[in-house]
Design a protein around this ligand. Structure first.
Ligand SMILES: *[C@@H]1O[C@H](CO)[C@@H](O)[C@H](O)[C@H]1NC(C)=O
Ligand SMILES: *[C@@H]1O[C@H](CO)[C@@H](O)[C@H](O)[C@H]1NC(C)=O
Ligand SMILES: *[C@@H]1O[C@H](CO)[C@@H](O)[C@H](O)[C@H]1NC(C)=O
Ligand SMILES: *[C@@H]1O[C@H](CO)[C@@H](O)[C@H](O)[C@H]1NC(C)=O
Ligand SMILES: *[C@@H]1O[C@H](CO)[C@@H](O)[C@H](O)[C@H]1NC(C)=O
Ligand SMILES: *[C@@H]1O[C@H](CO)[C@@H](O)[C@H](O)[C@H]1NC(C)=O
Length: 454
């Protein structure tokens, strides 16, 4: 019986993937800033650039996505068809080259286009003189590019897409709140609790404590890059120092960018609103796009996780990815989310397969209703606000209880009105009791009469 059920299930449940949204972090790279132990021999591509290991990581992701979405599910065509795929990246060399590497895996050499006829073969030359042109052409044959390599355009426009992937640079109010958090009591306390991480740098670099605090994130980044690539790091920065530093920094980032929850909502809002719109369009099947790929950074992944109220207090490894899938099972639509192939249960969904309308409702709660209004920061706040201690109201915005905005005089006015009203009611009750008394002398609980008559 068990075997029959197993054989029948794939026939009964018809599961189709309608749309896929991938968000990835850049692959392994050189440190953002070189430390004394970094140099161009180790990192010939230069600071912050994707390393050969990073290229390989993304190429392999691309190969696996090809296996899943071309070979197995046939979501995408075996040859690149422009309308099916949209690719966006932040405007950084490392994220752009990550996207290029991944796309080479998704559409590997051999799948690219060829010239169609003899005329094109003869005519496809530039309006300049090319040395050894005929030799190059003979080597290419009909293949447009060597070995039918496929090139895919990557969009990177600062105004809209970058804002989705890295809102801190676009939303004035979020940027302001992050700065307020950065100078808050509890964040300062967290730094204080981890002083030994900075005094170690101070000793090793013979620098001031302030400089050690400033350089710490860059130093940790360099440790990450070196350790990933199997390069040795100074012994005082390896072992438990590295573990402690990693844990501290993840907690620091979480506290500054995603806590309290209002900040988390800001962080991924732009991306989630866009995701909601993409899925709504995909549902109507009125467009040919099947796959959008966003090439971002570690913070891009964390922003989205934090906005969804999923754990975001860790550092996503190089080439981490989130995959949202819109799937159809019989007549029902579901959304799934995977973080590095681990199925993630989105809050309020109860299950890895989140019913589409649950997902949309949840996103509507977890995003800003009007970004223009929410991101607006008035002049006063931006100039003196940073140095003042934040009040709770700094973190109130549309969506949170409106009672939070009422000041002491508001409550005083409400209490005053309530007292006056109670007084009037009291006078009225006493007046009615006095009226009734002569009629019903034996009734001790006059209030019952009043109830009966009204
Ligand atoms: C996809 O299928 C083709 C043949 O159907 C096979 O040659 C290729 O290796 C497969 N690709 C992957 C990534 O499994
Ligand atoms: C190829 O192009 C050259 C000039 O660009 C022309 O003279 C020649 O006739 C063309 N040959 C063919 C087969 O089209
Ligand atoms: C195509 O790739 C092969 C090796 O895979 C290489 O030998 C050949 O030169 C390449 N062709 C071109 C035009 O680059
Ligand atoms: C947080 O404050 C430190 C100095 O205390 C500064 O170096 C860092 O750039 C600030 N970070 C943000 C995100 O404002
Ligand atoms: C790391 O943290 C542990 C526990 O807090 C502590 O015992 C250890 O000394 C720390 N290591 C370094 C190198 O700071
Ligand atoms: C957001 O609010 C501004 C100002 O009130 C308004 O002009 C704009 O149309 C609103 N945008 C949306 C999408 O509702």
């Amino acid at each position: 019986m068990g075997i029959v059920v197993k054989l029948l299930l794939p026939l009964l449940i018809e599961c189709t993937i309608l749309y896929v949204v991938e968000v990835s972090r850049e692959g392994a790279r050189a440190p953002l800033q070189f430390m004394p132990w970094d140099n161009l021999q180790k990192w010939p591509q230069g600071p912050a650039k994707l390393s050969p290991s990073g290229m390989r990581q993304h190429y392999l992701i691309g190969a696996e996505l090809r296996n899943r979405y071309v070979n197995n599910t046939k979501l995408l065509s075996p040859w690149f068809y422009t309308p099916e795929i949209k690719v966006y990246s932040t405007d950084n060399d490392r994220t752009l080259t990550s996207a290029t590497s991944q796309l080479l895996g998704l559409y590997p050499p051999g799948t690219g286009p060829s010239l169609r006829n003899k005329f094109q073969l003869n005519n496809s030359v530039p309006p300049i003189e090319v040395e050894n042109q005929q030799t190059i052409i003979n080597k290419l044959g009909y293949s447009a590019l060597p070995n039918n390599t496929q090139v895919i355009s990557i969009h990177t426009d600062l105004l809209s897409r970058e804002a989705l992937l890295l809102p801190a640079y676009d939303c004035d109010r979020y940027e302001y709140l992050v700065q307020v958090r950065n100078s808050s009591q509890d964040v300062n306390q967290l730094i204080l609790d981890n002083q030994n991480l900075f005094t170690t740098i101070q000793k090793s670099f013979s620098c001031s404590y302030q400089y050690a605090v400033y350089i710490f994130p860059k130093l940790l980044d360099s440790l990450n890059c070196n350790i990933f690539h199997g390069y040795s790091v100074p012994s005082e920065f390896s072992g438990s120092y590295y573990t402690n530093a990693t844990n501290f920094y993840a907690e620091y980032i979480y506290n500054v960018y995603y806590s309290p929850d209002a900040l988390a909502k800001y962080a991924g809002s732009g991306f989630l609103i866009n995701l909601m719109n993409e899925f709504k369009l995909a549902k109507t099947q009125s467009m040919e796009t099947r796959f959008s790929f966003y090439s971002g950074q570690d913070r891009t992944i964390l922003n989205i996780l934090a906005s969804l109220q999923l754990p975001a207090d860790f550092e996503p490894p190089f080439a981490s990815q989130l995959i949202f899938q819109l799937i159809q099972e019989n007549e029902n639509l579901f959304v799934t989310l995977d973080y590095n192939d681990q199925p993630v249960v989105i809050p309020t969904c109860g299950n890895y397969k989140c019913p589409f309308y649950n997902f949309i409702r949840y996103l509507a709660i977890r995003t800003l209703h009007n970004t223009t209004v929410a991101c607006y920061l008035n002049q006063e706040q931006s100039t003196w606000g940073i140095i003042t201690k934040p009040g709770d109201e700094e973190f109130d915005f549309t969506g949170k209880s409106d009672l939070g905005h009422i000041r002491w005089f508001g409550w005083f006015a409400i209490a005053y009105l309530a007292a006056v009203l109670l007084g009037i009611i009291g006078v009225f009750i006493v007046y009615r009791i006095k009226q009734k008394k002569p009629k019903k002398k034996n009734q001790p609980y006059a209030a019952i009469d009043i109830d009966g008559e009204i």
